[in-house]
Ligand binder design. Structure first.
Ligand SMILES: Cc1ncc(COP(=O)(O)O)c(C=O)c1O
Length: 355
């Protein structure tokens, strides 16, 4: 099966590599792009064999349904290179499965596994020089699918493009983040598309996040749309809260993205002997824990930001600071997960995939 797909992937290499223009010591997040991309077209009811081409703009008809009805989904993953120049992915099959979960919800045709996995591997082999090795850097990979099919009729498109491109990237956040607990706007609703990595979920967050940034916060923490009592997740991260020595994270639902970092952190924390509770947590429980001193840490967890410690949060006009602790759970868990990802430690979970 794999061999079959590999032989079907046509490759056109760039004659103009941009590699020499990149300052690998000063990488921002997701703003320079590696030399090649993979493109796979869905037409006439089937996904066609993937092609690898030089990274380049794409042309679409103005009536392409992506522009009007937002049929668009994506994934975020990273490739790492160890000291021996071996290349690794972290739980890539989980990204593939989630892409198809998103596809189904957005009425996008599901992608064959081999096109995703073999396409990714072939692309990474070709662009392996683009994988940074500096501490905290990696090659951020963006697989996405959108409706390229044409027409103003508000119905699913008949043509799609699946593209993978990548960007050598440094840290997503440069330091701790201050968050605002949001009680007016909602990111998602019961029965909606919050569990899908659908482009529109992010567009809908930008305005409330801009309002939060104008007030001096970096991110919004979403609460449930119905009561705004329960902590849900952040813009592109799941949330963990440490009260005394217990780490708490909310259960996933159709409103929350089932984060790969989140589930890995739960397993690692269990393995480290840290008490973990996956349960609903109310804003009032967190505020109460702040007041009585039992709130020790809050952090976000996601592929882009890895683990991002939260310095404090705002709620109903009041700011609450988190204590500045040594040997935080965030730092222990971040080291453990990045050491697994970058092949610095044993991977007893079998998450690392060598390319
Ligand atoms: C809304 C949202 N929540 C959580 C996450 C974290 O998911 P993962 O750990 O799979 O990157 C992401 C990022 O993908 C996200 O966009």
């Amino acid at each position: 099966m794999i061999k079959d797909t590999m032989s079907k992937i046509s490759i056109t290499k760039t004659e103009n590599s941009k590699l020499k223009d990149v300052d690998f010591n000063n990488l921002s997040f997701g703003s320079v792009f590696s030399d090649h991309m993979l493109v796979c077209e869905y037409k006439n009811g089937a996904w066609e064999a993937p092609k690898i081409t030089p990274y380049q703009p794409i042309t679409l008809d103005p009536s392409a349904k992506i522009f009007h009805y937002g049929q668009s989904i994506f994934e975020g993953m990273k490739a790492y290179k160890d000291a021996n120049e071996d290349v690794f992915l972290f739980r890539p099959l989980d990204n593939f499965k989630r892409l198809n979960i998103s596809a189904k919800r957005m009425a996008i045709p599901e992608l064959p596994e081999a096109y995703f996995m073999d396409g990714l591997k072939t692309l990474l082999e070709l662009d392996s020089d683009w994988i940074p090795t500096n501490e905290g850097s990696s090659l951020y990979i963006r697989p996405f699918i959108f409706a390229s099919g044409e027409g103003f009729h508000a119905s699913p498109a008949d043509a799609y493009k699946f593209i993978i491109c990548s960007a050598p990237s440094g840290a997503y956040f440069s330091g701790k983040v201050k968050v605002l607990i949001e009680e007016k706007y909602s990111r998602s609703a019961n029965g909606g598309v919050g569990f899908a990595k659908a482009g529109g979920n992010y567009a809908g967050q930008f305005y409330p996040t801009q309002l939060a940034i104008a007030k001096g916060y970096n991110q919004v923490i979403w609460t449930d749309d119905n009561t705004h009592e329960y902590i849900e997740e952040a813009g592109a991260m799941n949330i963990f809260i440490r009260i005394n020595d217990t780490l708490i994270t909310g259960p996933t639902s159709d409103r929350i993205l089932d984060g790969i970092t989140r589930k890995s952190i739960i397993d690692i924390a269990n393995d480290e002997g840290i008490a973990v509770e996956v349960r609903k947590i109310t804003v009032s429980e967190v505020v109460e824990a702040s007041k009585n001193g039992s709130l020790k840490e809050m952090f976000g967890a996601g592929t882009a930001a890895v683990i991002s410690p939260i310095s404090g949060y705002g709620h109903r006009g009041q700011d609450y600071d988190l204590p500045d602790l040594e040997n935080t759970y965030a730092s222990i868990l971040k080291k453990r997960i990045t050491d697994i990802q970058t092949n610095k430690t044993e991977d007893k979970f079998g998450w690392r995939v060598k390319i």
